[in-house]
Unconditional design. Structure first.
Length: 322
């Protein structure tokens, strides 16, 4: 029955054409159309004549179907469009419709290339690492596929998706189209930072003291590493510390390998200096806590039993400055 009704409608249009009666409204739809919206509306795919004002707006805004994704095409049969026009009440008028059997409606798109994604990601990395930018080596760990976007304004926003700023670095990319999030994806990079570091000439075993003779300065491209780089052999950890974990030959000197040993143990008898302005008083105390050089521990005055906090200066001396 529905198909019979469509045939009657089409025959009616043919009668109008054959009789030579001029149509009040003319709608012409080409076989292929490209649009740039989320809905296919009649006004996007048709040339409409003979109607204006609110009546034109109502006809032009008639929704035919949802648009497909950018770069794809939807096929719409003529019958579907004619029925929708009829449902709006326009077919009761003297109307001429020129339409092929099928209309092919494509969604306009633009390509977001892998080159653009990677270039902007590298710019983000250079910017975020500031004064180290001129010493960076950045390599993508994989090439992202190109993305077809709607043919609209867009921007790319990047943020770190993990804690690493060197080594294996992951970035989250948000593609924003017309100020609305369109897509998210992740990009991976190997980020190396060129630095001057101390390199071990030989394996340095646990328990050894650090000696400048066991290291040489060299420039290295560094990724992720444990601890913090030691770039000055005069810091406290190097001077007072010992190797906690063996440093391999050609290993980079970092705080990860060193520790400050406990030099005062609970129960040790110590000399204590109490400094008040220009006055310095010494007394004998007993350590009530263990600690490393520089730590503050609780000690007890052997004469009065008074307890107070003092800083460990060496294995025999603590100091309190007031």
């Amino acid at each position: 029955m529905r198909r019979d009704r469509i045939l009657v409608l089409i025959l009616s249009f043919l009668v109008i054409l054959i009789s030579g009666v001029k149509a009040d409204i003319s709608i012409t739809i080409p076989e292929t159309v490209t649009i740039n919206s989320s809905w296919i509306e009649l006004g996007d795919i048709a040339e409409i004549r003979g109607v204006s004002g609110e009546e034109f707006e109502r006809l032009a805004s008639l929704k035919i179907a949802r648009a497909v994704l950018p770069g794809y095409t939807r096929t719409i049969p003529a019958e579907q469009i004619i029925i929708l026009i009829e449902n709006e009440g326009f077919l009761s008028k003297n109307m001429e419709i020129n339409i092929p059997d099928f209309v092919y409606v494509s969604s306009a798109g633009r390509i977001l290339s892998e080159e653009e994604m990677l270039k902007q990601a590298e710019d983000f990395l250079y910017s975020s690492l500031g004064d180290q930018a001129d010493k960076l080596v950045i390599r993508p760990r994989f090439i992202p596929p190109e993305i077809i976007l709607p043919d609209k304004d867009y921007r790319l926003e990047y943020e770190y998706s993990g804690a690493n700023r060197a080594g294996n670095v992951s970035l989250q990319l948000s593609v924003i189209v017309d100020d609305v999030l369109y897509k998210k994806l992740f990009l991976g990079f190997e980020v190396l930072i060129e630095k001057e570091v101390f390199v071990a000439k030989r394996p340095v075993s646990a328990g050894e003291k650090i000696s400048a003779d066991d290291f040489y300065l060299a420039t290295r491209k560094l990724g992720a590493y444990r601890g913090e780089l030691i770039q000055d052999l005069n810091n406290q950890l190097v001077k007072d510390g010992v190797v906690n974990i063996e440093i391999p030959k050609d290993g980079i000197l970092t705080t990860y390998y060193l520790k400050l040993p406990v030099i005062v143990h609970s129960g040790d008898i110590l000399q204590a200096e109490v400094v008040i302005g220009s006055i310095r008083v010494s007394t004998v105390v007993t350590a009530r806590q263990s600690g490393k050089k520089g730590d503050y521990i609780t000690v007890e005055n052997n004469d009065t039993g008074h307890r107070f906090k003092a800083q460990i200066i060496n294995s025999h001396l603590v100091r309190l400055v007031q």
